[in-house]
Every structure is written in structure tokens, then in C-alpha cells.
Design a protein around this ligand. Sequence first.
Ligand code: CTP
Ligand code: CA
Length: 227
Amino acid sequence: CASYFQKGKLTGKHVVITAGPTQEAIDPVRYISNHSSGKMGYAIAQAAIDQGAKVTLISGPTNLPVPERVERINVKSAEQMLEASLQLISSTDIFIASAAVADYRPSEIAEHKIKKVDGEDQMIIKLVKNPDIVATVAQHPERPFTVGFAAETRDVANYANAKLTRKQLDMIVANDVSNTQIGFNSDDNAATVFWPNGSQDLPLMSKAQMAQDILLCVHTRWVEKES
Ligand code: CTP
Ligand code: CA
């Protein structure tokens, strides 16, 4: 990947980024979710704005402010995130899936608050698999340049490369989340970027710096692919 940006390299390009967790409703007052802060996706949105791109953030619930000039589409569930992603696909040049999508959702949403039942010490919620958003985008006839993330606790390179191939992505950013110092709510991150015939290590740095380095990598590979 290149090591610096000529200013405005993404001028006129539309970058769409999914970020944050998804929330999968159980009933009107409860949901299943995860610990994603959304910081990495929002940092990439800012870095893309800095390079002149038009940026849309499709975001699950987070506590983060919307970066200036970014259009944010708020969603909750994986199904809503997929729908928003597909709605934009024909105008998307680069799709970056940083969201921590819930892999499963309750098979049905109870219409009313579920009540405790006397004498029943267990409760079972049936879950069904959510659609794979980044794979659906990557396999769409109008596919943009598609980038995924992979959070792994072991065998990072193998699992990340398997996801790259299985989902037919152009690039994947792999995090080792076994190191609890970094990832999730941290302001720092370390990662390795993989593409079909190469990789690059991104050592521990701020998420803002990492966002720039990831975008540089994306831009380099994208230009190569287009040419
Ligand atoms: N992803 C997605 N839709 C899903 C699940 C994941 O778009 N339903 C995306 C994530 O945003 C990320 C990439 O796929 O860019 C990898 O997510 P990850 O959870 O690491 O992979 P999974 O395919 O869900 O596999 P697993 O959780 O079993 O490791
Ligand atoms: Ca997953």
C-alpha cells in the first residue's frame, strides 16, 4: 500500500461504511447486541471525508457524534442495515463493513413485554441466522469495492483469509481481539490487512491514524483493480 495520501484522492467518490453494533429485538423492551463502540467505523468516515469523499455511515446505536459532512443513516437490526446498504449500492464506489453485526436474531419478536413465569427457572429463546451484509454486497451484480473486518481471538491470518475468500471480498482488516488492551472501546488498534494476493501489518496506533492507513490501502488496491 502507498504510505501517504495526495490530498483529495477520493474526491467525487461515494464511500459507504457500516458501523457500530446491531440490536436484535426480543420484545418491546429487550434486545440482543454486542460491545462494539463504532469508533473504528466513525474514524474511517472522518478519514474518507478528509480525502474529499462523499460519505454515508450506516450506523447501529452508538454514543458517537456524527462527523461533520457525513450523512448518517440510523439503523438497529441487521436486516435494516442490509436494506440501507442495498438501497445505496448503485451509487457506492467503496463499501467498508466495520459493523459488529449480530450473527443471530430472535426468530420472532414478542408483541408485548415477556413476563416471568412462576415455577419456570429456564427460558429458551430461539434464534435464526441474520443475513450476511458484506457478503451480500460483495456478491451483488453492482458490487462496489468491498472491504470487511474480522475480529478473531486465534489463528487470525487463517480465519481472516478464509472470510476474504468465502465472502468474495476485495480486502479484509483483521484484528486480534485476544489482546484486551486494544479493540472494542479502545482509542487504539492494531491490525493486518489482507487482500487476495498480499497483506500488510498495521502496528498499534490510534484509530484515527489506522483509519487513514486502511483507506490508503483500500485506495491503492482499488486503483490497481480498476486499471
Ligand atoms: N458481517 C456482515 N453481516 C453479518 C455478519 C458479519 O456484514 N451478518 C461482516 C462484518 O461487518 C465484518 C465481516 O462480516 O466486516 C466479518 O464479521 P465476523 O463477525 O468477523 O465474521 P462472521 O462471518 O460473522 O464469522 P464468525 O463471527 O463466525 O467468526
Ligand atoms: Ca460474526
